[in-house]
Design a protein around this ligand. Structure first.
Ligand code: SAH
Ligand code: SF4
Ligand code: F3S
Length: 469
């Protein structure tokens, strides 16, 4: 055991790239280091330890790390101050030793499955040979990562992420995640419930369950029985104090009947689902190895809407995958029109070395990708604005979670993850209120609190209306 009383406080600066799981992981790294005297700082110049928590998903994301390392090396040389530089996350996992070779400033490279070993890895760091730890360890990191102190949880806000599943066995032909995060694993039910209780006792009102394929969750309960995501959500919903539940990211093939029924039966589960399809063309879905067709995807959405008519969807799309013709791309535009998304993330296909897509014939020219992306963006932006406008005049339940920009204002979020601004007193922070939406901007909506009795009866967004946007 380390005697923490004798440690001088040291400052930790973590820069996070990539997805929500990295955001969650960065907090867990900070939690792992807290008993060893490290306090987070938002100021890089104060840091004794700088960790870059990196993302490998597209070339741009992963190249950013090397330019940041260049800047850090310069800061260390010219700032006249010593600090340790660590690289974590998916680039660390994918490139390991190569990072240390490319950047002499790096002291420590460690992959996502080693975060519980961070204190020990740091004690091995001596300037000279960098420590590189990218093995997948035997032990379960979550068993060894300490939970955050309550005041630390409180300082992070009223909404929190909680990883329940990690890794992926799907091997879509464009994607690095199965290589960087490893095989699909689910955390045991009790472990998830314990962490959730701690968060909720500290004041968290909304939990977002995370996983690369979160709906493939199949954690074991105390009796060794496998539990699906729908049941996990039911168990979490029993915890007093929790107002809302979400989960992300889902794979269309793992939308089981049990999970869809949870959308009907569990009123803490928000009617908003991130369900990436990537392409609307069956030919492209096949070479992407997505394991479902366009029709399967649309049928899945119908099943979800039958269970929860006010559900809104968000999605991910890739344009310019190898072999994508104009006609294939038109199919993507048409599925977007058919579904009607509340939000969407669009990407140009980025070649990832080591994935099957990298070696495929028919790579699409950059100019074509750019043109397709612009057309797709025009469509999804119109849908996103249309969705926000369709909320005006309706009453949505809003979780008020922070002070607003001006005195007397609060900020919150709608069931559809929209930022909501309204006038209300600060003692309502942490509550869910019925809010009549009166205006829609580009990035947020505005509303005013109404009484439950004044609720607009037409508050449910019908699926037909969404598809018509
Ligand atoms: N597990 C999730 C998504 C993980 S990555 C799923 O199954 O859908 C997040 C998004 O990044 C993907 O949905 C995809 O749209 C995009 N993406 C992944 N690899 C990419 C690549 N090589 N080029 C462009 N976009 C990519
Ligand atoms: Fe990547 Fe496909 Fe796995 Fe999602 S399902 S993480 S896109 S391989
Ligand atoms: Fe990026 Fe790794 Fe997340 S590659 S998107 S940080 S799982």
């Amino acid at each position: 055991m380390t005697d923490t009383t004798e440690l001088r406080p040291r400052k930790l600066f973590i820069k996070t790239y990539g997805c929500q799981m990295n955001v969650y992981d960065s907090d867990r790294m900070a939690d792992a280091l807290a008993p060893h005297g490290y306090e987070p700082t938002p100021v890089i110049d104060d840091a004794d330890l700088v960790v870059l928590n990196t993302c490998h998903i597209r070339e741009k994301a992963s190249e950013k790390v090397f330019s940041e390392l260049g800047r850090l090396a310069e800061l260390r040389r010219e700032g006249g101050r010593d600090f340790t530089i660590g690289v974590a996350g998916c680039v660390a996992q994918a490139e390991g030793e190569e990072i240390a070779r490319r950047s002499k400033a790096v002291d420590l490279v460690f992959g996502p499955q080693s975060y519980h070993r961070l204190p020990e890895l740091l004690s091995r760091v001596r300037r000279g040979t960098p420590v590189v730890e990218t093995e997948f360890p035997e032990e379960d990191k979550f068993e060894h990562l300490p939970l955050a102190q309550k005041q630390v949880i409180r300082s992070r806000g009223l909404t929190a992420f909680l990883t329940v599943q990690e890794g992926c066995d799907k091997f879509c032909s464009f994607c690095v995640v199965p290589y960087t995060r490893g095989a699909e694993t689910s955390r045991p039910l009790e472990q998830v419930l314990t962490e959730a209780r701690r968060l909720i006792e500290a004041g968290v009102r909304e939990l977002t369950l995370l996983g690369q394929n979160v709906n493939a969750y199949h954690g074991l309960d105390a009796a060794g029985r496998s539990v699906g995501l729908g049941e996990l959500c039911a168990r979490l919903a029993e915890i007093e104090g929790l107002a809302r539940l979400r989960y992300t990211t889902s794979h269309p093939s793992d939308m089981t009947d049990e999970l869809i029924a949870a959308h009907r039966d569990n009123d803490k589960l928000m009617p908003y689902l991130h369900l990436p399809v990537q392409s609307g063309s069956d030919a492209i879905l096949k070479v992407m190895n997505r394991r479902h067709t366009r029709a399967d995807y649309l049928r899945t959405i119908e099943r979800i809407k039958a269970a929860r008519p006010d559900v809104a969807l968000s999605g991910d799309f890739i344009v310019g995958f190898p072999g994508e013709t104009d006609a294939d791309f038109e199919q993507t535009l048409s599925i977007v029109r058919e579904v009607g998304y509340a939000s969407a993330f669009t990407f140009k296909y980025s070649i990832r070395p080591g994935t099957p897509g990298a070696d495929m014939d028919g790579q699409v020219e950059e100019a074509v990708k750019t043109e397709r992306l612009a057309r797709l963006n025009e469509l999804v932006t119109a849908q996103m604005r249309g969705f926000a406008r369709a909320c005006v005049g309706r009453t949505l339940d809003v979780l008020l979670d922070k002070p607003g920009r001006l005195p007397g204002q609060l900020g919150g979020r709608s069931p559809y993850l929209q930022a909501v601004h309204l006038e209300a007193s600060a003692d309502l922070i942490g509550t869910v209120q019925p809010v009549l939406i009166v205006g829609a901007g580009n990035n947020s909506i505005e509303g005013k609190i109404v009484t439950h009795a004044e609720r607009n009866p037409a508050s449910v967004l019908e699926s037909q209306e969404l598809a018509a946007i």
